[in-house]
Every structure is written in structure tokens, then in C-alpha cells.
Design a protein around this ligand. Structure first.
Ligand code: C5P
Length: 292
């Protein structure tokens, strides 16, 4: 029988155009309301059937361990087990998305692994519960584009990606663990999700993000800025460069800025690069199973 083909997939980063934390649950997670949005910064994942057991190599701009904790290997194990497939698999991951940034890189890599293996093996496996078991954001990356996330982030309602979305990402020289960031949220940091639901409704009606900037919010912003003043300096630099909104992505430490005009976004990205920030100037992307 012919060897199944190698599959290469882009694993896009996301930002949270809105992120409101409703409260802590009995299982230790937090209920939230968020608008996820993929952006045109991506890791590249190549999955090749063959060989013995699971192998993984990592290259690119950022280092992540290729050991059993790696979410790609966890995703591969979960898929092969659910599919009842006894197959050797090699995974090659090229990292371009910063780690500890709130851009969902590890979650996106895990979802890309599930999608690649599903394409190679094609077993009757429901990917959504597998994704949700790997992490709160992983299910979103099966869809990509724009989606409202509820529950702990795994309950998703997609909508068409807004037309205008010039976006600049920049990261101060610190990384924040998601678990740690959640652990220092207190009841004063929680909110009711109204802004983010309203933002989603307006995007769903076809409005552009720059026209809804006052609804771009993140409940991590205040506590993270209190702890790490470098985050506040970055937000102020983005706003002074003409952004109509700048906010943490997820629990940070990466910030994003929204611009109505591409030229203003490019100028902001150049200014931040000159100041020594890791940065990326680009656009929001829609993606689906056909666009990779
Ligand atoms: O789901 P994920 O593994 O990405 O979450 C990492 C950590 O972030 C969790 O262990 C939990 O402490 C925290 N978290 C949370 N509520 C969420 C998502 C994540 O408390 N909705």
C-alpha cells in the first residue's frame, strides 16, 4: 500500500479583540467571553507518516522543548489513540510565534497537528472534544478566522472576518504564564462580558474593528500593567503612534494595536522595531480548511 502523504499546515497566531473574565469556576478554570481573531503570523507544521513511534524536531525563531510536554505530541497521541491508528509519525515545527505571549502559539500548533493527522488518516474522529481536552483555546484554532468564545473558551460562535484589520503585534522582553496570570486575578478584575458580546455583534453585522475600538477590552490589562510597567509603556507607545486601540492579547505579554490605515500600522511597527521590541505588522486573517 502507498505511504500516506506528508502534510504541511500553517498554524496561525490569534489575538483576543475582547477578553472579559466572568469569574472562577469550581473546576479551577475561569468562565470568560472573548472574541478570537487569527492574524497573519504563523508557525509551520509538517507531519510525515512513517518511522517508529512519535518523533519531533523544532526550528525557527523561538525555542520550545520537543519533549512529552509539547502540545503537538500530546495532540498526536490523543488523535492516534482516538483513531485506533498504529502509525509512526514525525512532526517538524518551525516556530515564528513568540512563546509566553498570549498569541496562542502552542494551542494553534496542537490544533494544526490534529488537522494534519485527520487529513492523513481520515478516521471518524470528532476533533472538537479532543481539541478542548488539550487546552481552552485549541478548539478555536480548528476554525480560525473570527469567533466568539464562551465557557472556558471552547464554546465557539464564528462570524465573517472583519474587512479592515491592520494590526501591529509587539512584545516587551518578558513572558507571562497563562496559569500565573489567572492566579493573580481577583473579584475586582471580573466583569460581565457586555462589551465583548457587543463587539462581536457589531463585527457580525459587518462593521470594521477601527469603528468599534471603544469596545476592545481585556480584563488582564489592569492587573498585568500593575505588575509589569513595561506593558503599560508599550501600550502608551502604540497609542501615541496613532492606534485606535491597543490591548494585551490573552494574558500577555504581547500587545496588539489596531489601525484604520495600513501606512500608520507600518510606521508604528517600524518605530517599535527601532525601540528594540519584537514586533510584527500585518493583518487579520480568515482561514478555513481550504486556506493553509
Ligand atoms: O486551558 P489551558 O491549558 O490553556 O489553560 C492554562 C491555565 O490557564 C489553566 O490551567 C488555568 O489555570 C488557566 N485558565 C483558566 N480559565 C480559562 C483558561 C485558562 O483559569 N478559561
Amino acid at each position: 500500500m502507498a505511504q500516506p502523504p506528508t502534510v504541511s499546515i500553517k498554524a496561525y497566531a490569534k489575538v483576543n479583540l475582547g477578553l472579559q473574565i466572568l469569574g472562577k469556576r469550581d473546576d479551577g478554570y475561569h468562565d470568560l467571553v472573548t472574541v478570537f481573531q487569527t492574524v497573519d503570523l504563523a508557525d509551520k507544521l509538517t507531519v510525515s507518516p512513517g518511522g517508529c513511534g512519535l518523533q519531533m524536531t523544532v526550528s525557527g525563531d523561538f525555542a520550545v522543548p520537543a519533549d512529552g510536554d509539547n502540545l503537538c505530541l500530546q495532540a498526536a497521541r490523543a488523535y492516534l489513540q482516538a483513531a485506533g491508528a498504529d502509525l509512526g509519525v514525525s512532526i517538524s515545527l518551525h516556530k515564528r510565534i513568540p512563546v509566553g505571549a498570549g498569541l496562542g502559539g502552542g494551542s494553534s500548533d496542537a490544533a494544526a497537528t490534529l488537522r494534519a493527522l485527520h487529513r492523513i488518516i481520515g478516521a471518524e474522529v470528532d476533533l472538537h472534544p479532543l481539541a478542548a481536552s488539550l487546552g481552552s483555546d485549541v478548539a478555536f484554532f480548528l476554525l480560525g478566522g473570527t469567533a466568539l468564545g464562551e465557557g472556558r473558551g471552547e464554546r465557539l460562535t464564528p462570524c465573517p472576518t472583519p474587512a479592515i484589520g491592520h494590526i501591529v503585534l509587539a512584545k516587551p522582553q518578558l513572558s507571562i504564564s497563562t496559569r500565573e496570570a489567572y492566579s493573580f486575578l481577583g473579584p475586582d478584575d471580573f466583569s460581565d462580558g457586555t462589551h465583548t458580546r457587543r463587539l462581536f455583534e457589531r463585527l457580525r453585522r459587518g462593521e470594521a474593528v477601527p469603528d468599534c475600538c471603544h469596545l476592545v477590552t481585556n480584563d488582564f490589562q489592569r492587573p498585568v500593567e500593575r505588575r509589569w510597567p513595561a506593558v503599560r509603556s508599550l501600550r502608551e507607545a502604540m497609542m501615541s503612534a496613532g492606534a485606535c486601540a491597543s490591548m494585551l492579547s490573552g494574558s500577555g505579554s504581547c500587545m496588539f494595536a489596531i489601525f484604520a490605515e495600513a501606512a500608520d500600522a507600518s510606521r508604528c511597527a517600524e518605530m517599535l522595531a527601532a525601540e528594540g521590541y519584537w514586533q510584527h505588522g500585518g493583518n487579520m486573517v480568515h482561514y478555513g480548511p481550504d486556506q493553509e
